[in-house]
Design a protein around this ligand. Structure first.
Ligand code: ATP
Length: 346
């Protein structure tokens, strides 16, 4: 199966009660790509997904195209897209194989071809040993693999996933992220995946669409949106951003807490922006900060630091060496971790 290219042109949505859920958005998802729609509750992720599914229509002027074909007015059953929801929507009384083969039966696949395809999907989802088991006798993670296998089985080339892991516990979610991405890629399908979980989005998306109040705030690879955010909103959405003001002269950054070598930076006043993992606590040279608090999380600790003029930094340090409030520490900043940003405010 080969994935379909999805193109959204000026897709906006105003609900009959006047709610403007989406201002017109343009988006292209390449064949075989997993694109994650991400943003806080109410930002329009589900609305966008429903328009691609054919459950909702965009406002007049908007177009949904699959492989260059305008499908805007096609109902869901004629659109040929697979769907996976948070609630598995499986048939509980049916076997795993029965569920996976359901769509193929509806589409009238001949028996031998259907069986071969179900076997292939059972293998892809690592569910061979559960083929005959009823789905209500499976764990949550296994059920979600069945749901994905069922959605991929007809080979429609386009699959939509709406918070598929949200109902599962944290440990299981982490394990399934990579597995879901691998299953989708193995089938060559194109996927649009909705989540509000940043780690999930960064882990399994080839590209992320970060949304804010019905608009697209930024589209980019996980590294781009995380380390090159184009706005304060996108930067802050993925976690804390440290800011440190000072002056650069001949490759040396000077601030109240000391100096840092920053070769290649232009001379003048500047504000460095960097994430907590770019602040290196206990460096040989750097700035002098005082530990205010250290929160041990096992592999890492969050260290809150105060500078001589009330500057506040958050650092993620390895958990190995304990820090206590009042400790004086030397902090350097990994120059590769400075946020490359398009926003003057950052
Ligand atoms: P969540 O993460 O909570 O699911 P979301 O990002 O998926 O949120 P949407 O469900 O797309 O957000 O909703 C976007 C906006 O449109 C919200 O303000 C919501 O209240 C509104 N909305 C959604 N469906 C309707 C509807 N049928 N009628 C009126 N307003 C709606």
């Amino acid at each position: 199966m080969s994935g379909k290219q999805l193109t959204l042109e000026a897709c906006g949505k105003t609900y009959p009660d006047g709610t403007r859920a989406l201002t017109p958005v343009d988006l292209t998802v390449a064949a075989g790509e997993i694109v994650v729609l991400l943003g806080p509750s109410g930002c329009g992720k589900t609305t966008l997904l429903r328009m691609v599914a054919g459950l909702d229509r965009p406002d007049p002027g908007g177009r949904v195209m699959l492989d260059g074909r305008d499908v805007t007015t096609l109902p869901i059953e004629k659109r040929g897209v697979g769907m996976v929801f948070q609630s598995y929507a499986l048939f509980p009384h049916m076997s795993v194989a029965g569920n996976i083969g359901y769509g193929l039966r509806v589409q009238g696949w001949p028996k031998a071809k259907r069986k071969a395809r179900v076997d292939e999907m059972l293998a892809t989802a690592r569910l061979e040993e559960f083929a005959g088991r009823r789905v209500d006798q499976l764990s949550g993670g296994q059920r979600q693999r069945v749901a994905l296998a069922r959605a991929l089985a007809p080979g429609s080339g386009m699959i939509l996933l709406d918070e598929p892991l949200t109902a599962l516990d944290a440990g299981l979610r982490e394990g399934l992220r990579a597995e879901i991405a691998a299953m989708i890629h193995a089938q060559g399908a194109t996927a649009l995946y909705v989540t509000h979980d940043q780690a999930e989005a960064l882990t399994l998306g080839d590209r992320l669409v970060v949304m804010d109040k019905g608009r697209i705030a930024q589209v980019g690879t996980p590294r781009e949106v995380y380390y090159a955010p184009q706005s304060d909103y996108v930067a802050g959405f993925f976690g804390h951003v440290n800011r440190l003001s000072g002056t650069v002269e001949n490759g040396v950054f000077t601030t109240a807490a000391g100096t840092l070598a920053l070769p290649g930076r232009p001379n003048g006043e500047t504000t460095l922006a960097f994430r907590p993992e770019a602040a290196v606590v206990g460096a040989a040279n750097g700035l002098t900060f005082t530990v205010k608090a250290a929160l041990f999380e096992g592999p890492r600790q969050r260290v809150d630091l105060a500078g001589p003029e009330g500057e506040h930094l958050v650092a993620f340090a390895p958990g190995i060496r304990p820090y206590a409030p009042g400790d004086q520490v030397t902090v350097s900043v990994d120059p590769d971790g400075l946020l490359a940003t398009g926003a003057s405010a950052i």
